[in-house]
Design a protein around this ligand. Structure first.
Ligand SMILES: NC(=O)c1ccc[n+]([C@@H]2O[C@H](COP(=O)([O-])OP(=O)(O)OC[C@H]3O[C@@H](n4cnc5c(N)ncnc54)[C@H](OP(=O)(O)O)[C@@H]3O)[C@@H](O)[C@H]2O)c1
Length: 291
């Protein structure tokens, strides 16, 4: 039974992978977060390898606070870039397939058509720059699968959906940005894609499908439309006022357009991508069950 190391397992994606592993009983997953394994320290990874002899790596760890990263470059770089270099190095040394998650923020958002995997990158924030540098290091792994995703949410952790639910209960109306377009992604759907890639990689080891892949939910919306749908599904009577990005200045610059073309992951791995509104309903249902 191949042992797979999952790093950053206490985050949104890591937790969703934990939930799904019961369907992947042919693998033995070792879930770690910074407490068990700090991936910024190569000697710790090496020691962890010698004690656990894992055969593949799924890296869910990241510095994800996009605004904070602008003034905390060293930590963002350590986690989003240097730690990925460490994991790619151990992958290369012991021939371990490496699945790594990246972001739509590697693009500048000036496009008007969905970004393909080979579209030109041009990150606008420290977060985007450090994630793009991480991608470059990930390519040194034995086999690498870099999955770029966008607008991630889950019943675990903090995210836009949870913020909207809180505000929707507290206020009669709120202002939400309407000129940034993207695709919300339910981390549970991304978790399934990650596990499917893991399964197929170990099933046919002679195949090397290394590369960059895009995954988000199907369809697109603005943050305001996303907020509106959250209020509708959750039956909250809170009016969403559409405002331009300028009305909501943030420390880090965000891409105005971040649709990802998902043809490659669908074609190569046969992954089915649910529509964002359907996945949002599932997530809100799960949040209700948990309360
Ligand atoms: N969230 C989004 O909207 C979004 C959008 C596009 C792409 N992504 C990418 O998707 C992936 C998963 O994101 P997510 O939202 O699940 O992230 P998350 O919830 O922020 O989880 C990241 C986890 O990594 C841990 N971590 C931080 N430093 C570490 C270290 N040195 N060693 C080990 N673990 C460490 C964090 O611990 P602490 O909490 O203690 O720091 C946290 O538990 C990331 O690669 C992210 O860049 C996210």
């Amino acid at each position: 039974m191949p042992k797979i190391l999952v790093t950053g397992a206490n985050g949104q994606l890591g937790n969703e992978i934990k939930v799904r592993t019961s369907d992947y009983k042919n693998f033995d997953f070792i879930f770690t977060d910074v407490g068990e394994l700090d991936i910024t320290k190569f000697s710790d990874i090496k020691k962890f390898y010698s004690e656990n002899k894992f055969e593949g790596i799924i890296n869910c760890a990241a510095y994800t606070n996009v605004d904070k990263a602008e003034n905390d470059t060293i930590n963002a770089q350590n986690i989003n870039t240097n730690a990925v270099k460490n994991l790619a190095k151990i992958s290369g040394q012991y021939q371990l397939p490496f699945i790594h998650i990246s972001t739509d923020y590697v693009f500048d958002g000036e496009s008007h058509i969905p970004y393909t995997e080979d579209a030109e990158t041009h990150p606008q924030s420290v977060y985007g720059i450090t994630k793009l540098k991480g991608e470059e290091f990930a390519k040194n792994a034995y086999k690498y699968f870099i999955i770029r995703t966008s607008w991630l949410y889950s019943s675990f952790g903090q995210n836009f959906v949870k913020t909207m639910l809180r505000l929707g209960k507290e206020k009669d109306e709120i202002n939400v940005v309407s000129d940034q377009i993207g695709s919300p992604t339910y981390a549970a759907d991304l978790a399934l894609a990650v596990l499917e890639i893991t399964l197929q990689t170990f099933k046919i080891p002679e195949n090397n499908l290394s590369g960059i892949y895009h995954f988000s939910n199907e369809g697109s919306c603005s943050w305001a439309e996303f907020a509106n749908e959250i209020m509708n599904v959750a039956n909250l009577n809170c009016k969403i006022n559409q405002v331009p990005s300028e009305a909501f200045p943030t420390i880090a610059k965000r891409p105005k357009y971040s649709l990802l073309d998902k043809s490659k992951i669908k074609e190569i791995f046969g992954i089915k991508v649910p529509f964002w509104k359907d996945s949002l309903k599932k997530c809100l249902l799960k949040m209700n069950e948990n309360n």
